[in-house]
Design a protein around this ligand. Structure first.
Ligand SMILES: [Zn+2]
Length: 256
């Protein structure tokens, strides 16, 4: 990569860097994930006016390093800061979770336009919708696919048939499921309803612009959410903190 780069970008992470600088990680349309230093951003708010906040959509001017080190952020102009996401603890937490997934599951300078468009689509949806958990489930399932971790939700990994009956057993290690018939042979844990994996299969295969119309019952939504949380945590080798915070927020809401 040579010369100055101008591209659309979404901020993933912001960290202090030295006494006066910030180190910012972006997902860009043109170049995939990029990290760069915003000089003086910690001392002066004027230069980058609110542009360097997590999951802000910006137009970025970036000067790559000539020596292969960290590049420099020359300018950043806000396209949208998604204010409704920032005014809700739940939405903020969900968007932070999704930013963390994009950071963990993509490599530097490995562009994937579909991931950029998915993230932007999700942030716009989260900004407008009351069905935040459903919107975030869509994002998680689609990102699993784009990142190359999509399980086969269509067929049993033993008999290779579509599931019949009520339940399937999840095999997190192989990233798929075993149908009720095949699962009877051994002692299986981690079961979910057939409806949950059919819904996941549906989300995986439907275009983004038709997903909003998909009706999912609370029961199936919670099953599918729990299952994708387990898959994500397994791939990351940790349970992201945002999941724990979201669970506390949901418990509080259910008590009121
Ligand atoms: Zn089977």
């Amino acid at each position: 990569m040579t010369g100055a780069l101008k591209t659309h970008a979404i901020v993933l992470l912001v960290n202090d860097f030295g006494e006066s600088n910030k180190l910012v990680t972006f997902y860009t349309l043109e170049n995939g994930k990029l990290k760069g230093v915003a000089k003086g951003a910690k001392r002066s708010q004027h230069r980058f006016v609110n542009a360097l906040e997590p999951f802000t959509w910006i137009r970025l001017a970036f000067i790559p390093s000539r020596t292969g080190g960290l590049g420099r952020i020359d300018a950043a102009e806000v396209e949208s800061s998604f204010p409704c996401i920032r005014s809700s603890a739940e939405a903020f937490c969900m968007a932070s979770l999704c930013a963390e997934m994009v950071d963990k599951w993509t490599r530097d300078l490995d562009p994937h336009r579909d991931i950029f468009h998915l993230f932007l689509w999700y942030l716009r949806l989260l900004q407008e919708t009351d069905s935040r958990k459903k919107a975030t489930l869509f994002f998680k399932v689609k990102l699993l696919s784009l990142a190359g971790y999509a399980p086969n939700w269509a067929k049993c990994s033993v008999c290779n048939e579509a599931p019949v009956g009520r339940l399937v057993y999840i095999t997190l290690k192989d990233g798929g499921f075993i149908c009720e018939n095949c699962g009877k042979e051994g002692r299986m844990a981690n079961h979910v309803s057939v409806g949950a994996i059919k819904t996941l299969h549906h989300i995986q295969n439907r275009p983004l612009n038709t997903l909003e119309r998909l009706n999912i019952s609370d029961y199936i939504l919670n099953e599918a959410w729990g299952l994708t949380q387990k898959l994500h945590s397994r791939h990351l080798h940790m349970v992201p903190l945002a999941y724990k915070v979201l669970s506390v927020l949901e418990d509080r809401r259910n008590q009121t």
